[in-house]
Write a protein that binds this ligand. Structure first.
Ligand SMILES: [Zn+2]
Length: 232
């Protein structure tokens, strides 16, 4: 008969049989130094390889000339209702190209870190989706429920960082103005009149701005415009 302690020991062994990488695939290939889980947060400390070589984001030349490490702190998706923070120790590298304006750059780990991001790609995509749908203070409240804390200002800035899809210039362009601040500040939206897809947004509604855009897109053959005098 198995006593209570043996059952508990077997349960502990079963728990250990689950590889951490199966639960957190973003940590594959990274030696984990420490995992802590308190009632309010889970924190993992990991280390990247020493023999790293990566392309410089400034010039594309691959460098393996390493600088001292430093520890980043990135928020990951919540696990078990707790916020998760991963602290990867990453390598800073020197760019070996004397013509490159960047002296150093930081290695990035696929699926875990991104340049200028304090989140892993998974919660970053979630925050961007919420920011795109809700924006402002409403967009700041929903991520808090999902253990992703961010201010309304960050939520407003999020859509500005989302890469725009590459859309070919339309043959038939629809041009219209819209208010950024009613009666004070207006901008111009350009759509593909055939598909209804947004093509570009111009920062104001001045004729010179719209004309400059049309000159840069000679493929436009027909323009459907708003009746405003500025667009005439
Ligand atoms: Zn470079």
């Amino acid at each position: 008969m198995i006593c209570h302690e043996e059952e508990a020991a077997a349960a502990r062994l079963l728990t250990c049989d689950v590889a951490v990488e199966e639960l957190l695939p973003q940590l594959v290939g990274l030696p984990i130094e420490r995992m802590d889980a308190s009632p309010v947060m889970s924190r993992t400390t990991a280390l990247t390889r020493n023999d790293v070589s990566q392309p410089c984001p400034g010039c594309g030349q691959v460098s393996g000339w390493t600088h001292p490490r430093y520890v980043r702190h990135v928020a990951d998706e919540a696990v078990g209702g707790r916020p998760v923070v991963i602290d990867p120790s990453v390598q800073r590298l020197y760019c070996e190209n004397p013509a490159c304006p960047r002296a150093t750059f930081v290695e990035q780990v696929d699926g875990l870190t991104e340049r200028h991001q304090r989140r892993t790609p998974a919660p970053r995509r979630l925050v961007e989706a919420v920011a795109g749908a809700l924006a402002g203070s409403a967009g700041a409240r929903l991520p808090a429920v999902l253990h992703q804390t961010l201010s309304w200002a960050t939520v407003l800035n999020c859509p500005m960082r989302i890469a725009l899809p590459d859309r070919p210039p339309p043959v038939v362009a629809g041009i219209d103005e819209f208010a950024l601040l009613k009666r004070h500040r207006y901008a111009t939206i350009i759509i593909d009149a055939d598909s209804g897809q947004r093509v570009d947004v111009l920062p104001d509604r001045r004729a010179a701005t719209v004309t400059a855009w049309l000159r840069e897109h000679p493929g436009v053959r027909v323009v459907c415009r708003d009746g405003s005098g500025a667009f005439a």
